[in-house]
Design a protein around this ligand. Structure first.
Ligand code: ADP
Length: 292
């Protein structure tokens, strides 16, 4: 947003009010040297190369400015992901080590206490395994643009998934109803299953006792609605971030990894499927995926 006339024949100090950059330019002019700096200003990361030039007709410093904001943001995202992932894996591992130490050091020695410690460490190991499988799925989805598509029978796949998750639902007395078109869908079977599994799984986990879940597939649009705890407006976009949970305790207790919706988001991004979320706190949520 600058016009040449505003800067022509003016001191370089008009170009930027970044003191570090101004000093570097001055240094290069005075010492007749080259330099390199990176500055981070107003959310932008800039790599700036300063080259001193001195010819018959011109002397000064040429600035080559490389905007590396996108790259830096990616780098920061990666760093944040590794930090979160290490933390997520470290906490179950710390528990496992603790229980195993109690057994091996004889701090628990009665048979039922040993069994209880073993049971708890097994539970944590299963949790770690779940986090690692979700991390691997996410990495695979991110690495490939999208999986090969075929004509799939969504009714069959959804009913199979409902059957597989019905035991978990019945534990909380949650009723699942379905209303699914008989149409075929052109999609990847694995990706379709992954979306359906994660959405039903969440609709069970974040539901209320005696609640209900409704699954509708009409004209290529899948709707999964629940009568659960709902999601606040400020959390609606954040829940699709990796490892973001509204209530960490509840997610952990129900075996959540914090990666289910991130997996769904990436599958949808790769395939241009639109996601819509409607939710009212304490009333329930409804996730819609447009497969067409
Ligand atoms: P998690 O393994 O924790 O369930 P997800 O990525 O699947 O991870 O979901 C992220 C968070 O979004 C959850 O921890 C929960 O707070 C919120 N959430 C997801 N689905 C629902 C839902 N149907 N109702 C209320 N909250 C939900």
């Amino acid at each position: 947003d600058i016009s040449l006339s505003d800067y022509k024949n003016k001191s370089f100090r008009y170009l930027s009010n970044n003191i570090e950059l101004q000093n570097k330019i001055e240094e290069c002019l005075n010492n007749k040297t080259n330099a390199f700096i990176n500055i981070n200003e107003n959310g932008k990361y800039l790599n700036i190369e300063l080259s001193y030039i001195n010819t018959e007709w011109l002397s000064g410093v040429i600035l080559t400015i490389d905007d590396v904001t996108l790259l830096m943001n990616l780098e920061n995202n990666k760093k944040e992901f590794f930090q979160n992932a290490s933390h997520e894996l470290k906490s179950p591992l710390t528990c496992i080590i603790g229980y195993q130490q109690m057994i091996t050091e004889g701090i628990v020695d009665k048979e039922d206490e040993i069994k209880e410690s073993a049971r708890k460490s097994l539970k944590e190991a299963i949790r770690m395994n779940g986090i690692l499988s979700d991390m691997l799925s996410l990495a695979t989805i991110e690495a490939h643009s999208s999986e090969p598509k075929e004509n799939i029978n969504p009714k069959e796949l959804i009913l199979e998934m409902v059957e597989a998750l019905s035991l978990e639902a019945s534990r909380q007395n949650i009723k699942i109803t379905t209303n699914i078109d008989d149409e075929m869908l052109y999609a990847s079977k694995n990706e379709f299953n992954e979306i359906v599994r994660n959405l039903i799984d969440n609709a069970i986990k974040y539901n209320k006792e005696n609640g209900s879940i409704e699954l509708i597939l009409k004209d290529g649009v899948l709707t999964v609605s629940d009568t659960g705890i709902g999601i606040k407006d400020e959390d609606k976009s954040r829940i699709f971030e990796r490892f973001y949970r509204v209530d960490k305790g509840r997610s952990k207790k129900s075996g959540g990894t914090g990666l289910g919706l991130a997996i769904i988001k990436h599958i949808c991004l790769n395939n241009n499927y639109r996601i819509e979320l409607e939710s009212r706190i304490l009333e329930g949520s409804s996730f819609k995926i447009y497969f067409k």
